[in-house]
Design a protein around this ligand. Structure first.
Ligand SMILES: NC(=O)c1ccc[n+]([C@@H]2O[C@H](COP(=O)([O-])OP(=O)(O)OC[C@H]3O[C@@H](n4cnc5c(N)ncnc54)[C@H](OP(=O)(O)O)[C@@H]3O)[C@@H](O)[C@H]2O)c1
Length: 118
């Protein structure tokens, strides 16, 4: 029997950041259907939508948010804040907490994953 290849549904958080843009491009190049979350970079989000037919999701993880279940095959939980321009010993507690923003939402993000098939 011929196997049908299903299009993968991918969610990338922080899609408008430097790492996120590269992730959107890389997954889109595989033929996957790509959704990406962003916070305020509407211009970059629009460019990604046009270039890769990727679907933007506008969400700020520092506020409460809700989304209907999406059944993604893969979630790349990349959103965060790049604090690499500061020396390690100069990173404030507040900045360090913000850098792990998306990690705090891990449980909710896992709820958007497609249940595994047996
Ligand atoms: N770049 C590096 O060298 C490096 C090294 C080690 C680890 N990392 C980690 O890799 C991840 C991505 O890094 P990056 O350099 O791509 O960072 P970046 O360019 O600063 O991008 C951060 C992304 O997270 C989103 N974001 C920030 N605050 C948010 C919030 N409150 N709610 C929702 N989204 C928010 C931003 O959305 P908007 O732009 O739309 O606001 C952006 O898409 C981070 O977790 C970072 O700590 C990066």
């Amino acid at each position: 029997m011929k196997e049908t290849k299903k299009t993968r549904r991918i969610l990338i958080t922080g899609g408008t950041g430097s790492v996120g843009e590269a992730l959107v491009a890389a997954f889109a190049s595989t033929g996957a259907r790509v959704w990406f979350q962003y916070r305020k970079e509407r211009r970059i989000a629009e460019a990604l939508r046009k270039k890769f037919r990727a679907i933007p999701i506008h969400l700020d993880f520092s506020a409460c948010f809700d989304l209907p279940r999406q059944d993604f095959d893969v979630i790349v939980n990349n959103a965060g804040i790049n604090i690499s321009d500061v020396q390690t010993h100069e990173v404030t507690t507040e900045a360090w907490k913000r850098s792990g923003l998306a990690v705090r939402w891990r449980r909710q993000l896992l709820g958007w994953l497609k249940p595994p098939t047996t």
